[in-house]
Design a protein around this ligand. Structure first.
Ligand SMILES: [Zn+2]
Length: 148
């Protein structure tokens, strides 16, 4: 440990301060700013704000794109399908009732999970300096941010 800054000494340079992926993931999943954990990440449902209202972290560098719906469907499917199959095996309700119940459960679960997965992914992107969260503020993948 460096006694002046309490930062771990990394041989070969310690130019970039470490960002905890686990902490940023958790803060993002709580829909708060991955850096300070106090400001709101989203304005309206999953619409990402321009910047943190507490620490001024610019959120425009996030590139969550299609990953949050992918992980949301993956998680929701793995929760609902076993429940639906077990309900069918144990109770064998009418097909229309099964469709009504499980489509409502799936819709509710997706509505609840989507902001959580999106916040978590933005937290991971910030912690790993991905895309526009790099130190220079530029997307280092060379992707055009205006291209959807
Ligand atoms: Zn913040």
């Amino acid at each position: 440990m460096d006694s002046k800054t309490d930062a771990p000494v990394i041989y070969g340079g310690n130019a970039k301060p470490n960002r905890s992926t686990k902490q940023a993931l958790w803060r993002g999943m709580k829909k708060t700013c991955p850096r300070c954990g106090a400001g709101d990440l989203f304005g309206n449902y999953t619409a990402v704000r321009e910047a943190c209202d507490t620490c001024d972290l610019d959120y425009s560098g996030q590139r969550a794109d299609d990953a949050p719906p992918y992980f949301t469907m993956l998680i929701a499917g793995h929760l609902v399908i076993p429940l639906a199959l077990e309900t069918k095996r144990q109770l064998d309700p009418p097909l229309a009732l099964q469709f009504l119940i499980w489509s409502c459960v799936l819709a509710l679960l997706i509505w609840l999970l989507l902001p959580i997965t999106k916040g978590g992914l933005i937290g991971i992107q910030w912690a790993n300096r991905m895309h526009g969260f790099s130190d220079t503020g530029e997307d280092q993948t060379g992707a055009d941010p205006s291209d959807p």
